[in-house]
Design a protein around this ligand. Structure first.
Ligand code: 3PG
Length: 307
C-alpha cells in the first residue's frame, strides 16, 4: 500500500516524521511530494498510490483520473473546498477531513491579526485594546469555539452566530448566541469569520453586511477568501475610512487593498493559520491514522463525500 503526502505548503518536519511512523508502522510505504509547484508533478506522483494526504492542494477530476489505484484522500485540516467531492464519489474514492485538529492554531492567529490591527500595525502610535470590546464569531465550529475561549481570556464580550449550531450549545460556553448574521455584524466591534466556502457562503460577506458594523469595525478573516465579496469590501472601505480588514487568505484583489488601505489592511503572504508544528502534527497524524483505519478496519468516520 502506497500513501502519498502531497503538500505544496509542507508540514513541519516533525509532523512528517510522525506521519511516516504511522504509515510505515502499518506496513505501508510513504511517498513525499512537497513544494511541487506545478500540477504536472502532482499528476505523475498520484499514478500508483492508494491513498493521499493533502492540505489545501487541489484534487480535481484530472488528478482523480490520473490516480488509477486511489481509494482515499484525507485533507489534513478542516476545509475541503479544494477537493471535487462529486468527482471523488464518481471515482469511488473516499474523502475525509480531520476536523478540530488545527483549530487552536487558526484561532490563535485570528488574535494575532486582531492585536496587530488595534495596535496600528505596530507602527509605534497609540492604539486600543481588545478588553471590553464586543467580539462576534461568525460560525461556531471548531475554530469559532477556540476563538471564544481565547477571547474570554482577553476580557472581550463574546457573541456568535451559527446557522446550524443550536443556541443552547453556544450559550453553554458563556457566549451570547445572536439570532441573525446581520445582528452579529451590527453589534460587534470585531467580527472573526469562520464559515466554510460553499456555494451558499461564497461572496456572502458583502457591502450590506459589513456596513452594519459600528464605527471602527474590524473584520478578521482566517477562513476563505471566497466568502468575501471583494468588490463590495473595497467600495465600503473607500467610503468608511474607519473600517479595517485583516486576513490570512490573500484576496484576489490584494494589490488594490494594499494600495488603497495602507494602515488598515493586512494579508499574510501565504495562509498560515494552521502553520504550527502542533497543528501539523495533530492533523497529519490524524490523517495517517484515518488512512490506516480505513484500509485495516473499513472505518469511514470523517468521510465527507457521498458513496
Ligand atoms: C483548514 O481548512 O484546515 C485551514 O484552512 C488550513 O489549511 P492549510 O492546511 O492549507 O494551511
Amino acid at each position: 500500500m502506497k500513501v502519498l503526502v502531497a503538500t505544496d505548503k509542507p508540514f513541519a518536519k516533525v509532523a512528517v516524521d510522525g506521519i511516516r511512523k504511522e504509515i510505515e508502522g502499518a506496513g505501508y510505504e510513504l511517498v513525499l511530494l512537497e513544494k511541487y509547484g506545478e500540477k504536472s508533478k502532482l499528476l505523475s506522483a498520484v499514478k500508483d498510490v492508494d491513498a493521499i494526504i493533502i492540505r489545501s492542494d487541489v484534487i480535481d477530476a484530472e488528478v482523480l483520473d490520473a490516480a488509477k489505484k486511489l481509494k482515499i484522500v484525507v485533507r489534513a485540516g478542516a476545509g475541503y473546498d479544494n477537493v471535487d467531492l462529486e468527482a471523488a464519489t464518481a471515482h469511488d474514492v473516499c474523502v475525509m477531513n480531520t476536523p478540530g485538529q488545527n483549530s487552536n492554531a487558526v484561532a490563535e492567529l485570528a488574535f494575532g491579526l486582531m492585536v496587530m490591527a488595534v495596535r496600528n500595525m505596530y507602527n509605534g502610535t497609540s492604539g486600543t485594546e481588545l478588553k471590553g470590546k464586543k467580539l462576534g464569531i461568525h460560525a461556531y465550529g471548531n475554530v469559532g469555539r477556540n476563538v471564544a475561549r481565547i477571547g474570554k481570556g482577553f476580557g472581550m464580550d463574546i457573541y456568535a452566530y451559527d446557522a446550524y449550531c443550536p443556541k443552547d450549545v453556544i450559550e453553554a460556553d458563556g457566549v451570547r448566541a445572536v439570532a441573525s448574521v446581520e445582528e452579529l455584524y451590527a453589534m460587534c466591534d470585531v467580527v472573526s469569520v469562520h464559515i466554510p466556502a460553499t456555494p451558499e457562503t461564497k461572496n456572502s460577506i458583502n457591502y450590506g453586511l459589513v456596513n452594519r458594523m459600528p464605527k471602527g469595525g474590524l473584520l478578521v478573516n482566517t477562513a476563505r477568501k471566497e466568502v468575501i465579496n471583494e468588490t463590495d469590501l473595497i467600495q465600503l472601505m473607500e467610503e468608511r475610512p474607519d473600517l479595517k480588514y485583516m486576513t490570512d487568505i490573500m484576496p484576489a484583489a490584494h494589490e488594490t487593498f494594499a494600495a488603497k488601505f495602507a494602515g488598515r489592511y493586512f494579508s499574510t503572504p501565504k495562509k498560515m493559520g494552521a502553520q504550527t508544528a502542533e497543528a501539523n502534527i495533530n492533523a497529519g497524524i490524524a490523517a495517517a491514522r484515518q488512512i490506516v483505519a480505513f484500509f485495516k478496519e473499513g472505518c469511514e468516520k470523517f468521510r465527507v463525500n457521498k458513496k
